[in-house]
Design a protein around this ligand. Structure first.
Ligand code: FAD
Length: 295
């Protein structure tokens, strides 16, 4: 541990290795919280929702702050990489423009300088913007804890609003996004009642691969309309084999509407959210297809 500072009732640790972070997390026996950008955690602490005895800052750990492109074209993003740093990567936004757009929708410029995709996923809001795009991308999340390392699909990570399938003591290490076949494109769109700095009432991520105008692979992630972000497999199936004719896109939109199980609140009624899910599916498909045509 390089930095340790004791405040009145909170210990702040800044380990330089993942093993040290995991040991400290286990030693705290449930009293610790992981800190990435802090844009959720510090708000929760200020509101009294979170009262950690120990804070473990993971931003000094190399593996959690690296962005690596593999020889096969896959990308591995450290869980604590901020949206601002990811936006400056020379290749990531070219290969995964939809994922980058989703991450860069999080908050303001100030928030962007801190907020991470790992924090967005672990906060487990059904409206987390990066999550539907990661689901559409087929991203896999690597986690490590006292019992070792394991991987799970992003869509298998949230367990409910504010709850995850992390085992006690586990930390999210990285996201792995698969290699892109030629003819691939992705997109993420959200609906917010205001023009900026708001929480999505619907978010749709679409990832397509086309060959000679025919969709050969399609994944759709849907956010803010159910207790967790969803992979809408039926929507992907409706698109595969099509040339994105109206009937196929209509079927995919219907699958998104059918997958919705939203809340009804001041941001949007159930009927509005369900309808908007279909509209955003169509628009996201059009953007992803246009991008696929360029690659
Ligand atoms: C003004 C403002 C605007 C916002 N706008 C948006 C928005 O438009 N869209 C949106 O989706 N969100 C938004 N948010 C919420 C927040 O910025 C995001 O959820 C962000 O991605 C959180 O990332 P972070 O790195 O700051 O997480 P932190 O606050 O550091 O952590 C969030 C939670 O995850 C845990 N955690 C973090 N990293 C790990 C890890 N690697 N392993 C295990 N646990 C971990 C923490 O203990 C904490 O419980 C906004 C927040 C603010 C303050």
């Amino acid at each position: 541990m390089t930095a340790e500072m004791t405040m009145t009732d909170i210990r702040f640790l800044a380990p330089e290795t993942l093993d040290d972070a995991i040991s400290a997390y286990a030693a705290a026996q449930g009293a610790a919280r992981i800190l990435a950008g802090g844009t959720d955690l510090l708000v929760q602490m200020r509101n009294g929702v979170a009262r950690p005895g120990v804070i473990i800052d993971i931003k000094g750990i190399g593996e959690l702050t690296d962005i690596a492109e593999g020889a096969d074209g896959s990308f591995t993003l450290g869980a604590a990489v901020s949206g601002a740093v990811l936006g400056e990567h020379p290749r990531f936004g070219t290969v995964w423009p939809g994922v980058l757009e989703a991450i860069n929708l999080i908050g303001s410029t100030q928030v962007q300088g801190r907020a991470s995709a790992g924090g967005n996923l672990c906060n487990a809001s059904p409206a987390g913007d990066s999550v539907p795009a990661m689901v559409a991308a087929g991203a896999v999340v690597t986690v490590q804890g006292p019992k070792g390392r394991r991987q799970l699909a992003v869509e298998a990570f949230p367990a409910g609003p504010g709850r995850t399938n992390l085992a006690p003591g586990e930390i999210v290490v990285s996201f792995t996004l698969p290699p892109r076949p030629p003819g691939s494109g992705d997109a993420y769109l959200r609906m917010i009642p205001r023009t900026e700095m708001d929480i999505a009432v619907v978010g749709v991520g679409v990832n397509l691969t086309l060959a000679d105008g025919v969709v050969t692979a399609a994944r759709v992630g849907l956010g803010a309309v159910a207790p967790t972000v969803l992979l809408v497999a039926d929507a992907g199936r409706a698109l595969v084999g099509s040339r994105l004719e109206d009937a196929a896109v209509d079927a995919a939109a219907a699958a998104c509407r059918a997958a919705c199980n939203p809340i009804d609140d001041k941001r949007g009624t159930i009927a509005y959210r369900v309808r908007a899910a279909g509209v955003l599916l169509r628009r996201s498909v059009a953007i992803a297809a246009e991008r696929a045509g360029r690659n």
